[in-house]
Design a protein around this ligand. Structure first.
Ligand SMILES: [Zn+2]
Ligand SMILES: [Zn+2]
Length: 108
């Protein structure tokens, strides 16, 4: 997780939005209770050179978001990624895109 995504009170904060319309999370599916906020995660992270387009975005709850980035850090460290199935899947997709692009930007 980047500082920008993590700092709830920082302004501007375009990646955080109140979740008023859906209980859906792209990590966990339908939540009960629904998450109060949803965050945009870039599958190929922005800090690693990923694009900002809609095809690179998923909407996740804060817990899922933290876990995805932990799994990415594990993969970059050559360790077995921690996290749930979808968290690890999204982390692997992000790292794979970054590797395929020649490892641009700053790894987490
Ligand atoms: Zn993210
Ligand atoms: Zn979730």
């Amino acid at each position: 997780m980047t500082k920008k995504e993590n700092a709830v009170t920082s302004k501007p904060y375009p990646l955080l939005r109140i979740n008023t319309s859906s209980s859906w999370c792209d990590v966990h599916g339908s939540h009960r209770p629904k998450p109060l906020v949803s965050e945009v995660h870039h599958i190929w992270p922005r800090g690693m050179g990923g694009p900002d387009g809609p095809s690179n975005r998923v909407r996740v709850c804060p817990t899922g978001h933290v876990n995805i980035h932990r799994a990415i850090r594990d993969l970059l460290a050559g360790q077995r990624p921690r996290g749930g199935r979808n968290e690890v899947k999204l982390a692997r997709q992000g790292v794979a895109a970054w590797v395929a692009a020649g490892r641009p930007g700053r790894p987490e």
